[in-house]
Write a protein that binds this ligand. Structure first.
Ligand code: FAD
Length: 842
């Protein structure tokens, strides 16, 4: 066995094998994969092998799409047939809401180039007469979907990897990881058989590896413990059953009938496919328990749990309803195996928090589908520094280390499993493990009608509904169109435009960067000029490839002390990048101290033309009348003020585009400040405002949002933000940013959409020449944000288009609900383009 390698991949399931293959293919010649047992002996061996392209996430859809294309090439490359059957995939809809979901999903599919067709119940019946269709609304059909043999796939990828120089060592378990400054020393133990169990033997070797990738499947908790980190990857039980041959199916096929596509009855929570004349039924039932929270026992190898037929009875009965001929058919086989999940159902792919050259590829629930694409894009990240798609939505650091626990992960993962086939409303909020992280004002907000959204564990008001709302109010308010919450958000948005509103922004990520090296470091780390003391600026930290890694509002508190505010959902993701960069640069720039102060400071954003009227009531100052004037408190400046007895670091910015301040206050004084502001605001009509209205308002000002317009697939220049990029200085990622040029450009669009719906920010954009179905039309981009504009009384969106379609006045079409709607590129900040409202004096 080699004892020195460029990369060591831990785990020989579909995921690890694909990563090893793709690292070699991307040019790393010295890659080794170790597996504690046999290849495919984890979840991979008992997977049903379906390859569903359907996914609401842009990044995951790309990953799945790559896999499907890649699997087709494997036989030619390796001589091994992975058993890939392209039979199509038919997702049936029992309700109009489900059809709406498919139409929104089709938008994502379209922007990723995934083919689909619509089918009517009659068309389904005609092609597959065994399927009962009278209670269906229709279906979406993917002709390129299918299923594959997971073990054969893994073996083909392993052969391909070996052919490219990867060494694969079986019966070796990674038992310890030690970072030596420029490589990992990984202790491997030879595994031996004892009494049917696989246990560690005496023999050990230490392998030094510049990079390590863990793809340990159900063993993720053990891996996390060894690495000293937390990973919310915990398996849940998943069953599927195989029936005896169905005589009706056998006869249908004998008569020349085409193989059924993989059938998905999402409303009934199952998939079905043909298997040797019978059916495989895979339910996503309620109450499937999490397993192995604290590790996989030695005795559990390629084992299964006992079938729990009672748990899947409902889904079984509904299969019989959908395929009546299956009623007479007995059960032939059953599988109940651990399937790894994460709290949001997406895997954890990317750099491990706090560690160098340690990459995670854990928590896969669709790992057979995702293996190819994960290997491809992770290899791009590792070898080239970035992937061509933004992998942030899969990054392990989207869950913070500071508050995550085993119990949280287990309960959320059970929920993620249970939610596989729920209606995935874009305004969906999931209930498990909530409330968990609450700011002090939470109870007061709840009492005032707040309906909360989940932001990295925090509860943040999305909107304020009726005071007497039943528990189910928000659930019932969800829709693919304008939900029951829409009218509340409209009122809130209007209040900010016309009066004054208060938004809780406590979830913001906040870091203090200080010390003798802080100024030189931040000047290098971010692309805009640093502000003067007492001033603020908006700036970006870039990736090595010159794309946007983090958006910061930076307040310069002292000569060498900065308060850096970034997006609320991304505390660990931003902090990890910042800390690693500062550690790398301390030698060059001097000592830099980084403190995560996120949970020490609450934030209320107050905005609207009447903001000063409210604040003047409570500000304590020698001259309260002028304390907030342009002279004493200009736009884009920051200073400490006192509101009643609460010390506040006030920042004059407003993400809504009105006169406003962010009031950063000691978290323990939050309820005091809340009560003070509400009392003072009463006579001025202060309205409580949630994140949904804020999201619409910022689009009227063309303010880009991190995770939407801003991410690792576009540079700040492509985001059309040259005013925040100082090309006169040197900064990290500058050369790469300039070399990238403008591949596509961010624009704001006003949209004449349907009466009852707004875009969600996933829709494809076409030139007006597009025919109604769009297939032959010219797709020129996609939306990244969407919503309703109270200022213009119509839908609004932001998105990316090819540079020559980014001109003001350019006519485009947006596909919503499977129709094309006219849209026009408008000037940036269509509302108040001169910022007169923001700068207003008083
Ligand atoms: C019943 C069932 C049906 C499924 N059907 C589908 C489907 O139709 N389509 C689909 O896409 N997905 C399906 N899945 C999910 C799929 O099986 C998994 O997502 C996928 O197999 C995960 O692959 P992996 O490589 O991450 O993990 P695994 O296959 O579990 O591989 C991890 C490997 O790492 C090894 N390992 C762990 N720790 C160490 C260590 N310290 N040192 C060395 N080796 C180590 C383990 O022995 C194991 O072999 C199904 C799952 C189940 C349970």
């Amino acid at each position: 066995m080699k004892t020195q390698v460029k990369a060591l991949v831990v785990g020989g399931g579909a995921i690890g094998t694909s990563i090893a293959y793709h690292l070699a293919r991307a040019g790393w010649s010295d890659v080794m994969l170790i597996e504690r047992d046999e290849l495919t002996s984890g979840s991979t061996w008992h997977a049903a092998g379906l390859l569903p392209l359907f996914n609401m996430s842009y990044a995951t859809t790309h990953i799945h799409q790559y896999s499907v294309e890649f699997y087709k090439t494997l036989e030619e490359e390796t001589g091994l047939n992975p058993g890939f059957f392209i039979v199509g995939n038919l997702r049936m809809a029992q309700t109009q809401a489900r059809m709406d979901e498919y139409m929104l999903y089709a938008a994502t599919a379209e922007t990723c180039g995934v083919p689909y067709e619509w089918m009517s119940p009659d068309a389904i019946k005609e092609r597959w007469p065994l399927v009962r269709t009278e209670d269906l609304q229709g279906a979406i059909y993917h002709p390129t979907d299918g299923y594959i043999n997971p073990a054969d796939l893994t073996m083909a990828m392993a052969k391909g990897a070996r052919q490219r120089g990867v060494s694969i060592e079986r019966k070796w378990q990674a038992d310890g990881f030690e970072w030596k400054g420029d490589h990992w020393d990984v202790t491997l133990t030879k595994m031996i058989e004892r009494g049917g169990n696989l246990v560690p033997g005496e023999e050990q070797v230490v392998v030094s590896a510049e990079h390590v990738v863990t793809a340990s499947g159900n063993h993720a908790q053990r891996t996390a413990r060894m690495l000293g980190i937390k990973m919310p990857a915990i398996p849940v039980e998943h069953q599927f059953i195989v029936t005896e041959p169905d005589p009706a199916l056998v006869a249908y096929r004998k008569a020349g009938g085409a193989e059924h596509p993989v059938l998905r009855d999402a409303d009934a929570k199952w998939y079905v496919r043909e298997e040797r004349g019978g059916w495989i039924l895979g339910p996503y039932e309620r109450n499937a328990p999490a397993r192995f929270e604290y590790g996989v026992p030695d005795s559990f190898r390629a084992d299964l749990f006992p079938l729990d037929l009672e748990r899947i009875e409902e889904e079984y009965m509904s299969m019989i309803h959908r395929i009546p001929s299956s009623e007479e058919v007995g059960l032939k086989d059953d599988f109940n195996g651990p399937i790894c999940y994460t709290p949001d159902g997406n895997p954890l792919v990317g750099p491990a928090p706090g560690l160098r050259n340690m990459w995670l590829a854990e928590g896969f629930s669709f790992g057979i589908t995702a293996a190819g694409g994960t290997g491809h894009y992770l290899a791009q990240l590792m070898v080239g520094g970035e992937a061509e798609i933004d992998m942030a939505s899969l990054d392990p650091k989207r869950f913070s280390q500071s508050w995550m626990t085993t119990e949280f992960a287990a309960r959320k993962n059970e929920e993620a499993y249970d939610h596989v086939y729920i209606l995935h409303h874009p305004d969906e909020e999931r209930p498990a493990a909530r409330p968990l992280r609450t700011a002090p004002a939470y109870d007061r907000q709840k009492a005032l009608g707040a309906q909360f959204g989940w932001v990295n564990g925090w509860e943040r008001p999305n909107y304020y509904g009726p005071l007497d709302a039943p528990e189910s109010f928000d659930h019932d308010a969800r829709s693919f169109r304008r939900g029951g919450w829409w009218q509340y958000a409209v009122e809130e948005a209007k209040a900010i435009r016309e009066g004054v509103g208060l938004i809780d922004a406590t979830a913001f990520t906040k870091h203090v960067v200080k010390g003798p090296g802080a100024t030189a470091f931040l000047d290098w780390f971010t692309c805009n000029k640093l502000p003067r003391v007492g001033r603020i600026n908006l700036t970006y930290a870039l990736t090595d490839h010159g794309t946007t890694r983090t958006e910061y509002t930076i307040v310069r508190i002292k000569e060498h002390e900065y308060y850096c505010v970034s997006s609320g959902g991304w505390t660990e993701y931003d902090g990890d990048y910042l800390r690693k960069a500062a550690a790398d640069k301390a030698g060059e720039f001097g000592y830099i101290e980084i403190q995560d102060v996120t949970t020490q400071w609450g934030v209320f954003a107050i905005a609207g033309p009447k903001t000063r009227d409210v604040l003047k009531e409570v500000i304590r100052d020698a001259d309260p009348d002028t304390a907030l004037s342009n002279k004493r408190f200009p736009w884009l400046s920051a200073r400490p003020i006192e509101l009643g007895m609460c010390p506040v670091n006030a920042i004059r910015v407003a993400y809504t585009g009105e006169l406003g301040w962010e009031l950063h206050h000691p978290i323990e004084m939050q309820t005091y400040l809340w009560d003070l502001l509400l009392a003072a605001g009463e006579k001025h009509g202060l309205k409580l405002v949630g994140a949904r209205a804020q999201n619409w308002l910022r689009q009227e000002k063309s303010y880009r949002a991190f995770g939407n317009e801003l991410g690792r697939d576009a540079t700040p220049l492509e985001a059309d933000l040259p005013r925040f990029v100082d090309l006169d200085k040197e900064f990290h990622g500058k050369a790469a940013m300039e070399a990238t040029g403008i591949r596509s450009k961010c624009v704001t669009l006003l949209i004449d959409g349907p009466e009852d719906a707004d875009p969600w920010g996933r829709e494809a954009l076409y030139l007006p020449d597009a025919p109604l179905r769009g297939d032959g039309g010219t797709r020129v981009g996609r939306l990244t944000s969407g919503g309703y504009s109270v200022a213009f009384g119509k839908s609004i969106g932001m998105g990316y288009v090819k540079p020559d379609q980014a001109k003001v006045g350019q006519k485009l079409m947006v596909r919503m609900q499977d129709k094309l709607w006219p849209a026009e590129v408008v000037e940036d900040s269509p509302y108040d383009p001169t910022n007169a409202n923001i700068r207003v004096d008083g």
